[in-house]
Design a protein around this ligand. Structure first.
Ligand code: FES
Ligand SMILES: [Fe+2]
Length: 400
């Protein structure tokens, strides 16, 4: 295709969103939903077994890449970010050269935690004995250096952790000195879908840390089905979107999901060229536990609501980092209020409705009778596929 004919990212996004809206409206009109080939039984051990939990943390959150942030969260030289939820304490820095780097947040002297405050300074000094490092991780200040005669200073730099920045998404592999991250290989057929969101230009408006007394999968499962909208969310999400009707598409181990919004009913039976333009993009689910909600504000402005769910200290704990962003094309003179209000609304729904029911369910699972099995219905197809992928990865690691 000639250069001039290559569609812009905006055009690709528009086409993809229109396709999703077409498929969700078809389900809404037919009162149908995507179904798998049947229900699946789920062993509660998946959510409560400590050994399984350790395997998941190792295989999914340390060995493999996890998207932890967007470029807009750490945009300028000198910026730092702390990532503690993957296991090892990790420090991200943006160097003077603009390059993002990852290190263990650990002083090579006697392993003290190096950074606790994310200031914008270009040097980082350990509070224990004052060793000082630059943003590239090199040791540039060694008090009492005669005590370390014979050791090459170059050996005493911070220990690197692989990071990759791709189209505004920041991935970390929480394995010190680990293999570099091939983002496109990891994202597979989802890569194009994510690239057209132009996440590199998005700016964070508001962030919340939401702890939950539930296994990380129990919490993440609540994002992947609309079966519960009318019952769990009668006055919130349930009044904005139809219940138990959704469309999804697998892109390798990742998903796109569409839920019919209540306003689709106003025009769904009209010819498509009479539909109002919409930036509704549904959910982009990035394995293992990130969801990007691409949706619109009441006034039509677009927002990206990103939730990243991480395992907690025990199988029955998790934490979610939720951030609401303004996309690059929404960065005009308007104040952030509408985006912040949307953040507060979703945060409250997730905390008081989704995660509250998750914590109650988790507690019951710990006391479920021998032989009890949960059920994922055929209408909870994304959950079935997500769990099957996790099972596949764990089985593979147990073979090797
Ligand atoms: S542990 Fe950091 S300077 Fe000693
Ligand atoms: Fe929900």
């Amino acid at each position: 295709m000639a250069e001039a004919d290559t569609p812009s990212m905006e055009e690709l996004r528009r086409r993809s969103h229109q396709d999703l809206r077409r498929r969700t409206i078809a389900h809404m009109q037919a009162r149908t939903t995507d179904l798998s080939d049947g229900p699946r039984r789920i062993d509660p051990a998946v959510y409560v077994d400590p050994r399984r939990f350790e395997e998941e943390k190792r295989e999914l959150f340390r060995k493999r890449p996890v998207c932890v942030a967007l470029t807009g969260d750490i945009p300028n030289p000198g910026d730092k970010m702390l990532v503690d939820a993957l296991g090892p304490a990790i420090l991200l820095t943006r160097g003077k050269d603009g390059v993002l780097r990852g290190f263990l947040n650990m002083c090579p002297h006697r392993a003290a935690r190096l950074v606790n405050e994310c200031d914008a300074r270009s040097r980082m000094t350990c509070r224990f004995h004052g060793w000082t490092f630059n943003l590239e991780g090199e040791l540039i200040g060694l008090p009492g250096k005669e005590g370390f005669a014979g050791i090459d200073k170059a050996e005493l730099g911070l220990i690197p952790v692989p990071v990759a920045e791709w189209h505004g998404m920041i991935f970390v592999r929480a394995a010190p000195n680990g293999d570099p991250i091939d983002v496109e290989e990891w994202l597979g057929p989802m890569a194009g879908e994510l690239a057209h969101l132009e996440l590199a230009a998005a700016r964070p408006v508001k962030s919340s840390m939401i702890p939950a007394g539930a296994n990380w999968k129990y919490a993440f499962d609540t994002y992947g089905e609309s079966y519960h909208f009318a019952t769990l969310h009668p006055t919130t999400i349930g009044s904005l979107a139809f219940s138990n009707t959704m469309t999804h598409r697998s892109h390798g181990r990742h998903f796109r999901i569409g839920f019919p919004r209540a306003d689709f009913i106003d025009y769904g039976d009209k010819p498509e060229d009479q539909w109002p333009p919409s930036d509704y993009g549904g959910l982009y689910m990035v394995f293992p536990a990130m969801v990007i909600n691409v949706n619109t504000l009441p006034d039509g402005g677009m927002f990206y609501g990103i939730s990243r769910v991480f395992p907690g200290e025990t199988p029955d704990q998790c934490v979610t980092l939720m951030t609401t962003y303004r996309p690059g094309h929404e960065l005009d003179g308007r104040p952030d209020d509408a985006w912040a209000a949307m953040h507060d609304f979703i945060e409250k729904v997730v905390r008081t409705e989704d995660y509250s029911v998750s914590a109650e369910g988790q507690r019951n699972l710990a006391h479920a009778p021998e032989g009890f099995r949960m059920v994922f219905g055929a209408n909870e197809a994304v959950l079935q596929k997500q769990h099957a992928e996790i099972d596949r990865i764990l089985a593979q690691s147990n073979e090797s």
